[in-house]
Design a protein. Structure first.
Lengths: 793, 161
């Protein structure tokens, strides 16, 4: 076995299990005596509930109980809490209307849960749910973001005038307006960031279990952050203290953000298990996922850049409408503010920026973070705007970017929108990407494509994002209702093997491998003797989970701190055993050595002494070698890079073929290059999906049109090209690993690169901008409309 | 209740099923073979692909009763009895062709059939087209395509032994 520490493409520990059908996903778990829950959901976008008749359903074969919203309200079960409070520009707190677990009085989106049937079998529960009669009075509905803010629009919630959740600003408008007044060029762009449905391949599942002897509840759930769910559901919804509530998130089949949030079904099965005193299992069907998993994106923006005569960016002015859906999902308010507007400096030294964001309620599924969360929206806006500036002013699009980059020697760099970047080298990622993509050779490829009757285009995106959102005190001051540290426990067992307990959660990222590699490098323990445990509040001290590419940068750093403690304690034990002073003990390659001598003790000898403390400094040191660390980062991390897309469009059909994709990312220290490449490839595929095919559509009445995989286009193998993926890394300066995060870069950097390529391919058709997705139908229409004009010229 | 008799991973089972029971439900709920997954309800995602008499089939699209008398191979039956992985499983591991693992059983079963039915070789385009019925949200397919291409010569060399 070769080197398996930091930097090695170690094959994954988890793979044999997954490849043999031995994964343990939540739906694979069945509890003795288990009942099945089926949720009756609203088929109306907006309606008053006059009454719910559950008599027939309750009497149906196999039915144990039917619950409606009033049953939970009678027990003072709380609504689903929101984890982030934003304040409007006038200082008032955001509108935070109740989000009942089961609808009370009104339904506000198609898919809003109204009742739950608990029965002996899934089929019986399903049959009975069909017998529930809900007497609705339909209300007018509003699904479209821009429709929701016109005067006189239907209001989704009483007491939320104009559907405005908050009206938030960052930057000084007067200063920015002044810059615009004196600018040589002003370029304006209206754009939409299309609404998406995350669609992790594993649908959500929740199993509530109640131990009648101890009174303990257990929730098995498809979550990215079991401790967060325990906190939110226990403290705010069901009023179960942490010591009586265990949350287990076993193998989870993809998340992409959609499994961060506390969902109604988790509370329903846990509460119902206590009522019926038997386990209750709910398994989401895919068509239910479409109308109950939090959606992503859905922004409408106007962006304006002021430039001087040489093309330097002088000021940026943006207004954005952000769709919240019908209720506030757990982290929804943070996405279009602190994960979006603060990123709008991007990689550029734009000196002044003003952003106004209005968050808006509509009769749609709640919208929250989806892979990238705010940062893809910021990147799409900026990188489209830069290309449109090039289009309108005649500056070269690459030179324009180079000219405005924050230089590599300017770090730490304070942006005008609150963030301070610690490191980066945007000229290098650009230079390497241009070389890897053979940018210079493109015109020859374009000419060759033209000979084949194809329109070929190339597009670039130079992006920056922020990961590992922190520190806790700062996010608290910005409205977060939680800390954003991470926790690790390193348990060195008596004979020297190690179990890592991490508060992060792996749902595809490969933590069982990557985090073990950290132990190999720092403690010198062989890879096969390291086990990584995650996803169970009964085993792990605490944790904030996995999202925002935080697991390595924050969770890995917590491990480094805990291992530092292990080494520090081990040195004291070693000093005692080798009769040396602690200051003279060195630790390397799994051995404690007395400096300048050949006296040494292996970690396993030290751990054995710690657990069998016969010869041990017991007066000054406790037995055992098991250390826990909480790590609260000093800052975000700032990955960035350059993505280049190359497309060919068939002018007869409008269909886009992705022919090349090149990514050069700066993700800081790479622990496992194979896994990093895989993360980027997957993110890019989601970005290509957003750019070319994915769209969540509602009709004007609020009915969900894209409600299944037959209506919502997912990228398939044939839609995605082979990708050239590389890294050019600068180290994060404030965490001990130097890692920045790689989980979202693909989905953040790629959509504007793809659209810039499509626009470039269509330049002879007079296209300045088009909104995502660039479907064949949309492009065919553009080409058809332009042809007569071109013929007339 | 009607009965179905079928062989799954070499072992014969006789099971009572409702007429509406799907093959995937029989495998997961009656036989406890939870390696075969359910990712959608419209036969789009392919997480449930198994082999029925050697042909890859979406087991959410077939009634359990239709499998009467057949021989079914699931992901649990693909490796050798001693645990040695099938070349396709091995290549998926080698080329990091899986992340969350949820689509993986169906993807592997589809890939095995694809390679078996193309003894003379597979181009990248043929592999990508052959995966049309399987969705993966994690990998971007890049490494899945690589793994299948790498498994092709190994599987056919093995078959020639």
């Amino acid at each position: 076995m070769g080197f398996q520490g930091i930097g090695a493409s170690v094959r994954r520990k988890e793979d044999v299990r997954f490849l043999s059908g031995k994964g343990n996903y939540t739906d694979d778990i069945n509890r003795p005596g288990q009942l099945y829950a089926v949720i009756k959901r609203s088929d109306r976008p907006h309606a008053k509930i006059n009454g719910i008749d559950i008599a027939a359903a309750s009497a149906a074969p196999g039915v144990v109980r039917v619950f409606v919203g009033a049953d939970l309200a009678a027990e003072e079960i709380g609504g689903l809490p929101c984890g982030w409070q934003i304040h409007s520009k006038d200082g008032s707190p955001m509108a935070e209307p109740p989000h009942p677990v089961l609808a009370v009085g009104k339904v506000r989106h198609v898919g809003d849960p109204v009742a739950v049937v608990i029965a002996e079998t899934k089929q019986q529960a399903k049959n009975a749910a069909e017998l529930i009669e809900i007497d609705y009075s339909d209300l007018p509905a509003v699904a479209n973001l821009t429709d929701a803010v016109v005067p006189g629009a239907v209001e989704v919630h009483d007491g939320v005038p104009g559907n405005i959740c908050y009206d938030w600003v960052i930057g000084d408008k007067a200063v920015v307006d002044g810059v615009f007044a004196g600018a040589a060029h002003v370029v304006k762009l209206d754009l939409v960031n299309n609404r998406l449905i995350p669609n992790a391949m594993e649908p959500r599942v929740a199993i509530g279990d109640f131990d009648t002897s101890s009174g303990d509840f257990t929730l098995y759930t498809t979550s990215q952050n079991p401790h967060v769910i325990r906190l939110l559901m226990g403290a705010f919804v069901l009023h179960i203290p942490e010591n009586k509530l265990r949350v287990v998130a076993p193998d989870v089949g993809g998340g992409f953000g959609s499994k961060i949030y506390h969902y109604a079904e988790e509370a329903i099965v846990t509460w119902a298990a206590g009522k019926v005193r038997r386990p209750v299992k709910w398994t989401c069907e895919r068509s239910e996922s479409f109308m109950s998993d939090a959606h992503g994106r859905d922004h409408v923006s106007t962006a304006e850049m002021a430039l001087d005569a040489e093309g330097h960016f002088l000021g940026l002015r943006i207004t954005t409408l952000a769709n919240m859906g019908a209720y506030l999902s757990t982290f929804a308010p943070a996405v279009p503010t602190y994960l979006y507007a603060t990123l709008l400096a991007g990689v550029y030294k734009t000196p002044v920026i003003y952003v106004n964001v209005k968050a808006v309620f509509t009769n749609t599924v709640p919208v929250d973070a989806y892979r990238g969360a705010g940062r893809p929206e910021a990147t799409f806006l900026l990188e489209r705007l830069v290309d449109v500036i090039a289009h309108d002013t005649g500056f070269d699009k690459v030179d324009l970017r180079r000219k405005n980059f924050i230089p590599a020697d300017a770090f730490p760099y304070q942006t005008p929108v609150a963030l301070q970047y610690d490191s980066g080298d945007y000229q290098t990622t650009l230079r390497v990407a241009l070389a890897n993509a053979d940018w210079e050779g493109f015109e020859a490829r374009r000419a060759a494509a033209k000979g084949r009757g194809k329109l070929r285009g190339i597009g670039i995106s130079t992006y920056l994002e922020a990961c590992g959102i922190a520190p806790s005190a700062v996010v608290g001051s910005l409205g977060a209702r939680a800390g954003l540290y991470e926790v690790a426990e390193i348990r060195v067992h008596p004979t020297g093997s190690v179990t890592v307990f991490t508060g992060t959660h792996s749902h595809g990222q490969g933590h069982e491998t990557t985090l073990a590699q950290l132990v190999v490098s720092q403690l010198g323990v062989p890879f096969d003797q390291v086990e990584v445990v995650h996803g169970d509040t009964a085993k792990i001290p605490f944790g904030m989970g996995t999202y925002g590419s935080r697991s390595l940068a924050v969770g890995g750093s917590a491990m480094v701190k805990a291992m530092d403690k292990v080494i520090a304690k081990g040195k004291k034990i070693a000093a005692h055993l080798m009769e040396a002073s602690v200051e003279d003990i060195e630790f390397a390659d799994g051995k404690f050595t007395v400096a300048g001598t050949d006296k040494s003790k292996a970690l396993a000898e030290i751990s054995l002494a710690a657990y069998v403390p016969h010869n041990y400094p017991i007066e000054e040191l406790e037995p055992g070698l098991d250390e826990t660390a909480f790590y609260d980062p000093k800052n975000f991390t700032f990955p960035g890079g350059c993505h280049i897309a190359e497309v060919e469009i068939d002018p007869e059909t409008g269909v886009v073929e992705m022919v090349n994709f090149t990514a050069v990312d700066d993700v800081g220290r790479v622990v496992n290059p194979m896994i990093v490449e895989g993360q980027v490839q997957g993110g890019v595929a989601q970005g290509i999906g957003q750019a070319l095919m994915e769209a969540c559509n509602y009709d004007p009445s609020g009915q969900l049109l894209s409600g299944s995989f037959m209506d919502y286009t997912m990228p398939r193998a044939n839609d995605i090209p082979n990708m050239s993926v590389a890294t050019e890394n600068t180290m994060c300066t404030h965490n001990p690993l130097g890692s920045k995060g790689c989980g979202e870069v693909g989905a953040i950097g790629s959509p504007p690169a793809v659209i810039n390529a499509v626009v470039d391919a269509l330049k002879e058709y007079g296209v300045r901008h088009l909104d995502m997705p660039a479907t064949g139908a949309k492009l065919w229409s553009i080409i058809q409309a332009a042809r007569p004009l071109m013929a007339a010229e | 209740m009607p009965q179905v008799t079928l062989t799954v991973n070499g072992k014969q089972h006789t099971v009572d099923v409702e007429g509406r029971t799907l093959l995937v439900e029989l495998l997961r709920e009656k036989l406890g073979l939870t390696g075969t997954h359910i990712g959608c309800d419209t036969s789009q995602c392919g997480a449930c692909v198994v082999h029925v008499d050697g042909i890859s089939v979406k087991s959410c699209t077939q009634l359990a009763l239709q499998a009467d008398g057949t021989s079914v191979l699931t992901i649990e039956g693909l490796a050798e009895a001693d645990g040695t992985l099938h070349p396709m499983q091995e290549m998926f591991r080698e080329h990091h062709a899986l992340q969350c693992g949820f689509c993986t059983p169906g993807m592997v079963m589809t890939a095995v059939d694809l390679v078996q039915s193309h003894p003379d070789g597979l181009t990248e385009k043929e592999i990508r087209e052959g995966l049309e019925g399987n969705l993966c949200r994690c990998t971007g397919y890049h490494n899945i395509v690589k793994a299948i291409a790498a498994a092709h010569p190994l599987m056919h060399a093995k078959a020639a032994e």
